[in-house]
Structure formats: structure tokens, C-alpha cells
Design a protein around this ligand. Structure first.
Ligand SMILES: [Zn+2]
Ligand SMILES: [Zn+2]
Length: 426
């Protein structure tokens, strides 16, 4: 009986309150090192209610934020958040409240025009106005991020693009370009694994291990010189090619090291217990061609491209999770599957963990942080603090429940408690 009275009392109080569900507190810190030799930090605080907010970059040519003309008519009474920047202007993001799921959302404005998107020419995947979310800082717990193709993340000042995500081996059958050409293939025809090759070679040669008999040689190669063609063999295991494991010639190596089994090469380029794939031939030092790489790398795999040393150094990294579910990224050469040489990258900076056809990026409490570029709306969970970076500015956002919202939640719990089977209203 007492709890029912309490609920009634509380209900009366709650009904008299403003029905604001919550707000987002936003703090913007901008580094202004260009004006004086001493670095100055400009900090501004905003409170965003359910009417939402726009985040606007303010080019430094205009000095005072109050001089900025309020362009939108007052029909949309949203908060305007200003972020000072050297070269950027215009709306970069907005915050809105979604009544359907009772949550605040952070929506980045994604610039699709590649001409405006490129910073340093070439194909650097980021633009200056991109907003990056810091990982590992969500409230008290550490958050990972599910990576998808096209994602860009930052380790300190180094940028990493998820250039390709390969879940299945779609190119394993495309070995013809690297297999021994047909005319010198008499001894290893079965190795190509194609039906046509097996049909023509099957009768003449049943076993690759046996040298061709004079009879079969005569029947298959009429008019050929008497010297039998050399039998190709794998330079790693000395065996001939076979269906499903063909001999290929993926690089510039010639002679006794020209051919290698696809499977032998796959084991060779990816050492046991590692997810890193070596895409250079250890003999001729040449890089395996793109097509050969796609064939050699066992899925699930990621192709990462990194820009480090002030974007002067661009590297490609194939990472295969076929035998190893984790890839470590960092500056130390010895401990990492993906080595990114940059002073701002920690020795052991981040991890990518493969699980159930998903790839998760984890920060390893690095000194300069791991950041993911935001390209889709992000839900701002109540109580969690998110940190973001845009240019030289640092944004801190926290969605908070109003007192009304919190009381209403407690009221619901009380109501459930008094009506439930465990209630003491006998
Ligand atoms: Zn072999
Ligand atoms: Zn080679």
C-alpha cells in the first residue's frame, strides 16, 4: 500500500515538470598555436537540447564568432556550435534528437566530392573536415569499433585505410596467369586443375610422380624432339603441381626457383602464429603482382594502407586471419603484424580481432590514441562521454538524462515492482 502511495506522489511531481528528456553537453577545445609562440587553447561550452545543434567550422579569416551571420531563419531554433579552423568553413555535423528511439544522434556531414575531399592530392582518403571518434574512451569501458571496407582510422598521426575486406577466396581459380604456359606443360598438365587439362592428360599420364613413359610421350607429343620437356617442380617441396594446389610462377624468379605450389607459397609468406603476409619474394625481392597477391592471401583477410611520417610514407599491408584471429598494429618491428613507422604511433598501439566474419579495432591504451573516421550517424548513449577530433579541435560530448527522465525511469521500476508477483501489496 505504501509503495502505491509513493508512486502516486511521484507521479504528481513528475507530471508538473518540464518534459525534456535530456541534453548533450558539448565542449570544444581549439589549439591556436599560429598566433603566438605560446600555445593557447580556446575552450567553449555548449548545451544542446532536443531541438538539436549544428557544428560549423569557422575559418580564421573572420575573427570573432559573434560577427558570423546567423544564416538560418529562426524557424529552426537549434544551437550553433562553432569550431575555429584554418581552412574550413560550413556545416560539418549536426546533433539531433530522435523521438522514435529517445536518443541523441551525432551526424557527420560526409563530403562526397573527391575534389574537395583530397587534402594532399593523390588518393589520400581523408579531408580536413573529417571528424574522428576516439576509441577506448567511451565512459569507463573500452570500446572497440567494427571495421568495414573504406573505413579510415588514425593511430596517433598515422592514417590507415581499410582498402579491402576479403571474406571468401573469390580469386583462387584465377591461377592461369601464373601457371606454366600450356606448351611446356606436358608433364604437369594435371596441375592446372581444369577439366580440359585433365581430359587431355589423363590417359597419357595417370601419376605425376612417374616420369613419362616412351609410349605415352609418343602418343601425346607426335613430331616433338626426342628430349622430353623438363618436369616443373615446386622450389619449396620439389613436388609437381596437382589439382587444387597448382604450380604457379608469381614473380620474376627463373630457373630452379621459377615454380612454386600455391599452398607452399601461402605457408611461406605467412609464418605460423602471425597474421602478417609478406608480399615480397624473398629470393628476387620483387613485390608479387596485385593479381598474385589476391590469390595467395587466404581469407578472411584485410588489405590496409597506411600513411605515416607526415604522409610521406605510404605502405600496404595484407593481413590474413586464416590461422590467427588477431593482428597487432604498432611501431615496434618485432611485436607487430602491421608495422607503422611513425614517432606518434605507440610500440604496441592497436589490435584488429577477427570474430564471426567481423573485424574489430581495439585501442591498446596507446599514448596518442586510436581514432575512427565517422562516416555514419553515431548514437550518443546517455551517460557516455565521447571524444572527437576535427582538425586542431577536440570535441567532448556527453548526453545526459534530465531529472524528469530519470524520475520517470525510477517510477516505471517502482510501478513494475508493486504490480509484479514479488510485490508486498497483500
Ligand atoms: Zn610445394
Ligand atoms: Zn622471386
Amino acid at each position: 500500500a505504501t509503495s502505491t502511495a509513493l508512486v502516486a506522489d511521484a507521479q504528481l511531481v513528475v507530471s508538473g515538470m518540464s518534459r525534456q528528456r535530456g541534453w548533450v553537453s558539448v565542449s570544444v577545445q581549439t589549439y591556436q598555436s599560429h598566433r603566438t609562440s605560446a600555445q593557447r587553447i580556446l575552450q567553449q561550452e555548449y548545451t544542446v537540447d532536443e531541438t538539436g545543434a549544428t557544428l560549423n567550422a569557422l575559418s580564421r579569416t573572420s575573427d570573432a564568432p559573434e560577427e558570423e551571420p546567423e544564416q538560418q531563419a529562426s524557424t529552426t531554433p537549434t544551437t550553433s556550435i562553432f569550431i575555429r579552423d584554418w581552412k574550413l568553413s560550413g556545416r560539418r555535423a549536426y546533433i539531433r534528437y530522435d523521438n522514435d528511439n529517445s536518443s541523441f544522434w551525432f551526424n557527420p556531414v560526409v563530403n562526397d566530392d573527391p575534389r574537395h575531399n583530397s587534402v594532399s592530392g593523390s588518393d589520400f582518403p581523408c579531408s580536413r573536415g573529417d571528424i574522428f571518434l576516439k576509441l577506448g574512451m567511451r565512459g569507463a569501458r573500452l570500446i572497440p569499433w567494427q571495421l568495414k571496407e573504406g573505413d579510415v582510422f588514425r593511430l596517433g598521426q598515422a592514417y590507415v585505410l581499410v582498402s579491402k575486406v576479403r571474406l571468401t577466396s573469390d580469386t583462387t581459380m584465377d591461377v592461369s596467369a601464373f601457371s606454366p604456359p600450356p606448351r611446356e606443360q606436358t608433364a604437369v598438365l594435371a596441375s592446372t586443375g581444369t577439366d580440359a587439362a585433365r581430359d587431355s592428360a589423363g590417359s597419357a599420364e595417370s601419376d605425376d610422380d612417374e616420369p613419362p613413359t616412351p609410349g605415352s610421350q609418343r602418343s601425346s607429343g607426335a613430331g616433338e624432339p626426342s628430349t622430353p620437356p623438363p618436369a616443373h617442380e615446386c622450389y619449396i617441396c620439389y613436388e609437381a603441381g596437382e589439382a587444387g594446389n597448382p604450380l604457379i610462377s608469381p614473380c620474376m624468379c627463373q630457373g630452379s626457383v621459377k615454380f612454386v605450389h600455391l599452398n607452399c607459397l601461402q605457408r611461406w609468406i605467412q609464418p605460423e602464429g602471425s597474421s602478417a603476409v609478406n608480399t615480397h619474394c624473398s629470393i628476387c625481392k620483387g613485390r608479387y603482382p596485385e593479381k598474385a597477391q589476391a590469390m595467395m592471401i587466404r581469407p578472411p583477410a584485410l588489405l590496409l594502407e597506411s600513411w605515416s611520417n607526415h604522409r610521406a610514407l605510404r605502405l600496404r599491408h595484407w593481413v590474413s586471419f586464416a590461422n590467427h584471429s588477431t593482428a597487432s598494429l604498432g611501431r615496434f618491428t618485432e611485436h607487430n603484424d602491421v608495422v607503422i613507422p611513425d614517432h606518434s604511433v605507440s610500440g604496441e598501439h592497436a589490435l584488429i580481432i577477427h570474430s564471426g566474419d567481423q573485424f574489430w579495432l581495439h585501442d591498446r591504451e596507446s599514448s596518442n590514441g586510436t581514432f575512427i573516421r565517422l562516416s555514419a550517424p553515431l548514437k550518443l548513449a546517455f551517460g557516455e562521454t565521447l571524444q572527437m577530433k576535427m582538425g586542431k579541435s577536440l570535441l567532448s560530448l556527453q548526453a545526459k538524462r534530465s531529472r524528469w527522465s530519470r524520475l520517470r525511469m525510477r517510477l516505471n521500476i517502482l510501478r513494475l515492482g508493486s504490480a509484479g508477483p514479488g510485490g508486498d501489496d497483500g
